[in-house]
Design a protein around this ligand. Structure first.
Ligand code: GAP
Length: 517
């Protein structure tokens, strides 16, 4: 299946089956915000629970926290977000669309006009084709592109370039800039939407969203919606040490909403303006930091594997020196091969002692750790594994999506790890008009739902009911038939293999539990 098709199919399934909806859809939608439907909320909660369990409950060295979304504005001064949390952007003077300057070439590669131009040409030096494209499809796809407005002259500016369509080529940036040449032949980045030459310089826009506290606008206190959960942890470091008497090394974990006024939102829930993060700040002695960093990278990778993400779809990417914040000693991203390419799922950074030092300086409070034995005081170093819940949800959905042909019909099945599946068991009566079968099926369902997420469905014939459950990833279907009334056995069907087994009712709960948890 083509990767673009896979993304479209997952997005369509997400809406059709109640996983994820566009926010405020009936009013035309709110860009960059999504609502999780009945199945999506279960899936996302399962991801968060699995994370919390592995980070907080199954470890002895991490405690949890739930800090406020709104914080004192000095927090963001100290952290550096107020002054420098920004992405330079450009605005198209013709169509008024905004683009991140650091991402605009990626957008160009994906843009419909560039894709169409690339498809139409056998070679980039094919003058006839390029000009035919400019006078044909280019007119509607990129009406403001220099090549479209003045094909012959613009072509003369690009004829000497050696861009190869399809493959990765260092000339790409130069090539597209020539497509947007001005009348002196100076190249400009063309707008991915309409082709108009974009401004050469970007404008820095702070990504934090503002609101105000207090009833009267003029006197209201301006506060930010947090752009990360991490700072809530740093400002509570001393509270946690004082109240729990934790000794280094130890971590504080938090899951919660974050907000960023992203210039461009893209790829469904991958980059949105309201999203959830799962973050850990792991405090240690300076000399422990490097080893702790390595360990966290492995632990976090293993967590994704343990929930079924395929090995070949995950990789580590170490940040180059020039990508790192000035205080950071290192950062590695866990990347997933999404249908739109390798992209960050989680970052694991070695932040040194920057954050606690900054908050100590700005608040005037002593945020040093005191060794209980030696009484030595120092700022701990921090390892920060920081993942996105929505990105993880998207990765688990894309990874789970399977299509196969069974008896000449298409079976769509979401092969979620049992721990993540929104519904674990569906109880289905074979004959919905048989009172005995219906009563038994409902009884089984009400017993099972005490321990697991379970549904009852009698709204279609059995084949259709199976397909519906497959499509949302329900792990087991339990079918009650006439025979069940006599032999007190039911048919249990496993989603991935479609294999069926007769199981005595008295063993059913145990059978399912052993395979689900
Ligand atoms: N405290 C560090 C921090 O916030 P980050 O790389 O900006 O680092 C961490 O964000 C994770 O949060 C990312 O790896 C990603 O999974 C998620 N994330 C960041 N911005 C996001 C957005 N706009 N939409 C969805 N998830 C986002």
């Amino acid at each position: 299946m083509a990767q673009a098709d896979l993304m479209d199919k997952v997005v369509a399934l997400a809406k059709r089956r109640g996983f994820i909806f566009q926010s405020s859809e009936i009013y035309g939608g709110l860009n960059g915000v999504f609502d999780y439907g009945p199945l999506g909320v279960e899936l996302k909660r399962n991801i968060k629970n699995a994370w919390w369990q592995s980070i907080v409950h199954f470890r002895d060295d991490v405690v949890g926290l739930d800090s406020g979304i709104l914080m004192h504005s000095m927090v963001w001064k100290a952290s550096g977000h107020a002054d420098s949390f920004s992405d330079p952007f450009v605005k198209c003077p013709a169509c008024a669309k905004f683009f991140r300057l650091d991402k605009v070439f990626d957008e160009l590669k994906d843009s419909s006009w560039f894709q169409s131009l690339a498809k139409s040409m056998a070679t980039p030096k094919d003058e006839g084709q390029m000009i035919r494209w400019a006078k044909g499809p280019g007119k509607s796809l990129a009406p403001n592109l220099a090549l479209v407005k003045d094909p012959e002259v613009t072509f003369s500016f690009i004829a000497d370039l050696h861009y190869t369509f399809g493959g990765i080529n260092l000339e790409f940036e130069n090539f597209v800039k020539r497509l947007g040449s001005d009348d002196r032949g100076i190249g400009h980045i063309p707008c991915p939407n309409c082709g108009q030459a974009l401004p050469d310089e970007g404008v820095a826009a702070n990504l934090m969203l503002k609101t105000s506290l207090g009833p009267v606008e003029e006197t209201a206190e301006k506060v930010y919606l947090r752009p990360e959960t991490a700072q809530g942890i740093f400002v509570n470091f001393a509270n946690v040490v004082d109240s729990t008497h934790r000794k280094l090394p130890f971590g504080i974990a938090q899951v919660g909403k974050s907000f960023r006024n992203e210039v461009t939102t893209k790829n469904f829930i991958f980059r949105s303006r309201e999203f959830e993060q799962m973050e850990i700040e792991y405090f240690c002695r300076p000399e422990q930091a490097s080893e702790a960093h390595e360990r966290w990278i492995q632990d976090r990778l293993n967590w994704y594997f343990s929930l079924g993400l395929k090995q070949e779809k995950l990789r580590l990417r170490m940040h180059a020196k020039d990508e790192l914040a000035h205080y950071a000693a290192g950062c590695s991203d866990i990347e997933y091969l999404f249908p739109f390419g390798w992209s960050e799922l989680e970052g694991i950074a070695n932040r040194g002692d920057y954050d606690l030092k900054q908050h100590a300086q700005f608040s005037g409070k002593d945020l040093q750790y005191q060794d209980p034995v030696t009484l030595e005081k120092f700022f701990p170093h921090v390892i920060e594994p920081s993942g996105g819940c929505d990105r993880a949800t998207l990765a688990f959905m894309v990874d789970a999506y399977h299509e196969e042909t069974v008896n000449d019909t298409l079976r769509v099945v979401m092969k979620f790890h049992p721990k993540l599946a929104p519904i674990k068991v569906a109880v289905l009566p074979l004959l919905k008009k048989n009172e005995g079968i219906v009563a038994l099926a409902k009884k089984i369902k009400s017993e099972l739902q005490k321990d697991t997420v379970c549904v009852y469905d009698d709204s279609a014939a059995i084949g259709k009911l199976y397909r519906r459950q497959d499509e949302v990833g329900t792990v087991f279907c339990v079918t009650v038939d006439v025979q069940s009334l006599e032999d007190k056995q039911v048919t249990v069907r496993y989603r991935d293999t479609m294999q069926q087994e007769r199981i005595p009712l008295e063993n059913l709960a145990k059978y399912l539990k052993e395979r689900l948890y």
